[in-house]
Structures are given as structure tokens and as C-alpha cells.
Design a protein around this ligand. Structure first.
Ligand code: NAD
Ligand code: MG
Length: 394
């Protein structure tokens, strides 16, 4: 039967790659809904091409302009508005699969709505899981949702594990998330204060949205992925390890109890994990090019340098800290990265904002007991991080 897909964040890097994969399989998939926050022209073009039943945007004036343009172009897509519309679409009875490709904690609500409604949930939006943690996983379980990781590392781990989830625990000794090290792996650390946003978003191997690209340069992306892996695969923090692999060919590895190591390899192309998530347990064409082992050259591995990437350590610190700490880290980082991209603080200050927010924000004993508590904590952490960033402003 044809699968109806809702793409949250369809105008972003993962959203566009998702549409590319869907377009290769019109007999399997239909686009039911598309949502975007900005780039309304792109969303208009996507609606014209895919003719979804619904589109959703953030603000009412954008919605009415888009609706008028679509009407004029004789496109019957209905335009909805606001955060509740994203949740409604993610949980819509006619939707089979939801691609969560919004960036940041803003994606948490719609992800939970999809999980509770028992959808196949393709999770690119790692921040939602970092904030929601145990409660997110509980919603997935209670809703009977199939959670498919889209982050390439987590898709790699998923592909190396048996289909039967109940066997995961007995299989895994630990996992190794690979990290490229980003654009500043060999740059003199004393020059990091001069880094411009354009330099920071120029990732050596992947083309991605601006926020995750900055996170890759600081390795906060890997920190978020350590936290994400802890929840996706139900691991202890020390069972999640990181190794630098600059070529981004080995996407991650599972070290089994018997010390056999399983790895997943491929060209760095998000259409592979997207195709896996869409079709699992089947395999479909993704559009990615094949690896050429004859011309590939060396694959190298090295230990991460925690002085160059001080934010990486915060993953394990927050996982072992007061419940809610990972949500605080994520919120602070969203503020710090936005401040850096706006030119308000230096690249080398991002870590300071994150560490200081974690050190100074008091987390209440019950903050992590409910999603509302976590969202309130996220808001307080943003306010605190913004104050700290102001002090660091240049
Ligand atoms: P992007 O910035 O290219 O796209 C983000 C999308 O989310 C856009 O469609 C935007 O309109 C929408 N959006 C932004 N803020 C929103 C808000 N407040 N409310 C609703 N919608 C909003 O980002 P991306 O690179 O596609 O990344 C998306 C997510 O996938 C992130 O969580 C990222 O960490 C994760 N991810 C991305 C890649 C990649 O290759 N790009 C790889 C792994 C994981
Ligand atoms: Mg990743």
C-alpha cells in the first residue's frame, strides 16, 4: 500500500533530500504534508511539484500569502499555520510516516505527537530527543511508534544491529560514533576566535543546515549524538564512545560482546539513511553514489582532542548529571550558535556560553518529570544563556 508521508522542515537540507528519495519511488510514497519556517518561496515550489494535501508555516501573514499564491496557481494544497498545525499534521490519521527534519527543540512537540499517534517516525531532529530523553522514548513505546534514526551515525548503528530490538542489549559492548572533526580539526586553536560563520559552516564532507554545521565545527553535534545514542539504543553513557574519522566513510560501529566489530560504510549522503528509514526492513534505491574502494585511499582513525573540542565532554557530564541537564545543554547551545551566526559572539565563546549556563542554572528536582517541565526548563536555560552571551558580546 502507498505510504503517506509528512515532512516537517521540508525546505531544509534533510527535507530536500527526503523529497529526492520519495521522488524515486512514486509507486511507494505520496507526500501528504510539507512544513517550513522560512523560505516560503521554496515551500511554494515544493507544493507545486508535490501537490500535498497540506502545507504549514509559522506565521499567519505568510500563510495567507502562500495560500493566495497556491490558489492562483490552481494548486489545492490547504495551508495551515502555527505550532499546533505541525502537531496535528504529524498525528493526522491519514499519515503513515513522519520525517522529523526541523532543527532544534522546536521539533519536540510535533515529534511527540507523531510518536503518540503511532507513526513511523524518521528522526533527524536530534535536539528533540536530547531534550525529551526518557519521556520521548516512553511516548514512542506507548504510542507503538516505529522510531527510525536518520542521523547517519545512528542509522549506521541501527543497520549493524539485529532487527529484534530485544536482542540489542545482549549484543552491544559499546558503540563507536565516528566524527569527521569538522573544518577546524587541524587549525591552530589560538586562531579560533577569528573564525567567521561562513568558515564554520563549510563542512569538509557534508552539506547541511547552518546550525548543525556550526555544531560539527565545535563537535557539539557529536555531543548531541552521544546523548541521542544513549536514548535510541538504551545504553549507559560509557557505552557510547567517539572516534575521529576524517573521511566520513565509516558512519559508525558496534563493538559486540564477543569483540566482533560491525561497521556501516557508504558515501557521505543523507539519502542513504533516509532510504533506510523509509523502507526498513526493505531496501530501496537512494540516489547516492556507490563507494569505490579502488580509488578511496586511506581510512584513518584518531582519538578526539578534548582541549580542541571542550564541548564534547559535556555529553557524558550532562548524561551523568541532574536529569534535565541535557535539555539545558541543548538550549544553551541553540542560543550560543545563533549568537555566533549573527556575529554577536566569537566562535571560541560558544563553549563558554554552554558550560556557564550548565554551571549556573538551577534545575528543579521535578523539572525532568514531565514534558511541560522540560519545556519550561528549556525556556529558562535560553534566557540564562542569552544573558551570558550578552556578556561575551564583541
Ligand atoms: P536546515 O536548517 O537545513 O532545515 C531546517 C528545517 O526546519 C527548515 O525546513 C526550516 O524551515 C524548519 N524550521 C526551522 N526552525 C523551525 C521552527 N522553529 N519551527 C518549525 N520549523 C522550523 O536543517 P537540516 O540540516 O536539514 O537539519 C534538520 C535536523 O536534522 C537537525 O536537527 C539536524 O541536526 C538533523 N540532521 C541533519 C543532517 C544533515 O545532513 N543536514 C544530518 C543529520 C542530522
Ligand atoms: Mg550525524
Amino acid at each position: 500500500m502507498i505510504q503517506r508521508v509528512c515532512i516537517l522542515g521540508s525546505t531544509g537540507s534533510v527535507g530536500v533530500s527526503t523529497l529526492d528519495v520519495l521522488g524515486r519511488h512514486p509507486e511507494r510514497y505520496e507526500v501528504f504534508a510539507l512544513t517550513a519556517h522560512s523560505r516560503i518561496d521554496d515551500l511554494f515550489a515544493q507544493c507545486m511539484r508535490w501537490r500535498p494535501r497540506f502545507a504549514a508555516v509559522a506565521d499567519a501573514s505568510q500563510a495567507s500569502v502562500l495560500q493566495a499564491r497556491l490558489r492562483e496557481a490552481r494548486c489545492s494544497t490547504e495551508v495551515l499555520v502555527g505550532p499546533q498545525a505541525l502537531c496535528d499534521l504529524a498525528a493526522h490519521p491519514e499519515v503513515d510516516a513522519v520525517m522529523a527534519a526541523i532543527v532544534g527543540a522546536a521539533g519536540l512537540g510535533p515529534c511527540l505527537a507523531a510518536a503518540r499517534a503511532g507513526k513511523r517516525l524518521l528522526l533527524a531532529n536530534k535536539e528533540a530527543l536530547v531534550v525529551g530523553g526518557a519521556l520521548f522514548m516512553q511516548a514512542v513505546q506507548e504510542g507503538g511508534s516505529a522510531l527510525l534514526p536518520i542521523d547517519s551515525e545512528h542509522s549506521a548503528i541501527f543497520q549493524c544491529l539485529p532487527a529484534d530490538r530485544s536482542a540489542w542489549h545482549s549484543h552491544i559492548d559499546h558503540i563507536l560514533l565516528t566524527a569527521s572533526g569538522g573544518p577546524f580539526r587541524t587549525r591552530d586553536p589560538s586562531t579560533l576566535h577569528t573564525v567567521t560563520p561562513d568558515e564554520a559552516v563549510a563542512h569538509p564532507n557534508w552539506v547541511m543546515g547552518r546550525k548543525i554545521s556550526v555544531d560539527s565545527a565545535t563537535m557539539m553535534n557529536k555531543a548531541l549524538e552521544v546523548i541521542e545514542a544513549r536514548w535510541l539504543f538504551d545504553l549507559q553513557p560509557e557505552q557510547v564512545r567517539v572516534v575521529i574519522h576524517p573521511q566520513s566513510i565509516v558512519h559508525s560501529m558496534v563493538v559486540c560482546r564477543d569483540n566482533s566489530v560491525l561497521a556501516q560504510l557508504g558515501t557521505p549522503d543523507m539519502r542513504v539513511p533516509i532510504a533506510v528509514g523509509l523502507a526498513f526492513p526493505e531496501r530501496i534505491e537512494s540516489g547516492a553514489s556507490q563507494l569505490d574502494f579502488m580509488s578511496m585511499g586511506n581510512l584513518t582513525f584518531e582519538a578526539p582532542d578534548f582541549t580542541r573540542y571542550p564541548g564534547l565532554q559535556l555529553a557524558w557530564d550532562t548524561l551523568r548529571g541532574t536529569p534535565g541537564s541535557t535539555a539545558v545543554l541543548n538550549a544553551a547551545n541553540e542560543i550560543a550558535v545563533a549568537a555566533f551566526l549573527e556575529g554577536a559572539i566569537g566562535f571560541d565563546r560558544i563553549h563558554g556560553v554552554n558550560a556557564e549556563t550548565l554551571a549556573t542554572l538551577a534545575i528543579g528536582a521535578t523539572d525532568a518529570h514531565s514534558i511541560d517541565g522540560l519545556i519550561a526548563l528549556d525556556q529558562r536555560a535560553r534566557a540564562q544563556a542569552a544573558d551570558i552571551a550578552k556578556r561575551y558580546a564583541r
